[in-house]
Design a protein around this ligand. Structure first.
Ligand code: GLU
Length: 410
């Protein structure tokens, strides 16, 4: 009998975290590595949120919180949904979890039975497929293209739906592509779903506040979708609170109850101090909060800088992202080219031809010391993902190094 269960041995590791781990190891070995692998804002958590956490400790908010989250926090989340998204949720529809990742895990576990189909537009965020696999569901991918801004069309969605479809999972703003669905585009998808009333949509809106086009659009805004959409959000990206591990859902009551039951068996609840601090974050109105607006403006400046520099790299096909903090260039034109025989990549892997996104990322990591993530991890082996949530200086240097390494390919 194997030591590790079949369930875990067959599950892919999180490639975003794996690439960051390799980059960290190289850095520990003394290499000057620029990490564009993990999607993590380089800003500090807003002062008002940190103060709330300190007060929470002094006020002894140190006991088990209620499983779904403190009532004050759930009320603040409902107010946020109303203020920012015009969505009416009641506190019994909110479950606060240890990061949006846990929220997604719980929703999938609560809804997907073995053999159920889950439609996932590709490119997708790495953990969707792993979680569906854990639930023994079947992921059905819809391949999108860079020419279509990596967005799924109504016809593509219709073709992917079957009587076995239980759920659809997508993110907008998208990780990894940075693209956004407009209201009209979302509505067109929702119109298709009208004919499939049993399909639940899991809308991952964690990048809501990093949107360079204007208003964020939620799937749950359409009245026929509200009762079958789970809206996932959290504080990691928009509030620079990755380490606090707070995510939440707004969901139909039956789904919220099921997630609550699961959470009660898994974590009991989420960290009391982080929850108290998140009340303050939820009270920050993104329309007027200097913290949120400044972060977005800085991301926008970096996006424009990286776009200019990426467009100058031969073989890179680049689309201008509209949100989140990622680029997802198509680099497949470089496949089949040779890297120098004396490169670290060539020596480590005993090959000189770049054949796919993993080869390219490893070449760039070992020889240019820039960490990217292979598009294969997100369901598109033609591309690579890079996060621009780091300083302009590091971004300029990273782009210079990547260009230099690419120019050496023959
Ligand atoms: N969501 C971020 C990313 O895609 C953080 C890492 C992770 O959870 O995968 O890089």
């Amino acid at each position: 009998m194997a030591l590790i269960s079949q369930r875990i041995s067959s599950m892919p590791p999180s490639e975003t975290l794996a690439m960051t781990q390799i980059a960290n190891e190289l850095a520990e070995a003394g290499k000057d590595v620029i990490k564009l692998s993990i999607g993590e804002p380089d800003f500090n958590t807003p002062e008002v949120v940190k103060e709330a956490a300190k007060t929470a400790i002094d006020e002894n908010w140190t006991h088990y919180p209620p499983v779904p989250g403190y009532p004050e926090l759930k009320k603040a989340i409902c107010a946020k949904f109303k203020r920012d998204n015009n969505l009416d949720y009641t506190p019994d529809q909110i479950i606060v979890s240890t990061g949006a990742k846990q929220s997604i895990y719980q929703v999938v576990m609560a809804l997907v039975d073995p053999g159920d189909e889950v439609v996932i537009p590709a490119p997708y965020w790495v953990s969707y497929k792993a979680v569906v696999q854990l639930a023994e569901g079947k992921s059905v991918y819809i391949q999108t293209t860079i020419e279509n801004d990596f967005k799924v069309t109504p016809d593509q969605l219709r073709a992917a739906l079957t009587p076995k479809t239980k759920m659809m999972i997508f993110s907008s703003p998208s990780n990894p592509t940075g693209m956004l669905y407009s209201r009209e585009e979302l509505k067109a998808l929702a119109e298709v779903l009208r004919d499939y009333p049993n399909v639940i949509v899991l809308a991952d809106e964690i990048y809501e506040h990093i949107n360079f086009e204007g208003k964020h659009e939620s799937m749950a805004q359409f009245d026929w979708m509200k009762e079958r959409t789970v809206t996932v959000n959290g504080v990691a990206k928009g509030f620079a609170m990755t380490g606090w591990r707070i995510g939440f859902i707004g969901a139909p009551v039956a789904i919220a109850k099921a997630c609550n039951k699961l959470q009660g068996q898994v974590t009991s609840a989420t960290c009391s101090i982080a929850q108290r601090a998140t009340i303050k974050a939820m009270q920050m109105d993104p329309a007027i909060s200097d913290d949120i607006i400044n972060m977005r403006n800085i991301f926008l400046k970096r996006r424009d800088l990286v776009y200019d520099l990426l467009c100058q790299i031969p073989g890179f096909k680049v689309r201008l992202p509209k949100g989140a903090f990622y680029f997802f260039p198509d680099i497949s034109e470089l496949y089949g080219k040779q890297v120098p025989a004396d490169s670290v990549f060539a020596k480590t892997y005993n090959k000189t031809t770049i054949e796919n996104s993993t080869d390219f990322c490893m070449y760039i990591l070992y020889d240019a010391n820039v960490a990217l993530v292979m598009g294969a991890a997100f369901g598109d082996d033609r591309c690579v993902r890079l996060s621009y949530a780091t300083s302009e200086e590091k971004l300029r240097e990273a782009m210079r190094r990547i260009r230099e390494a690419v120019v050496k390919m023959k």
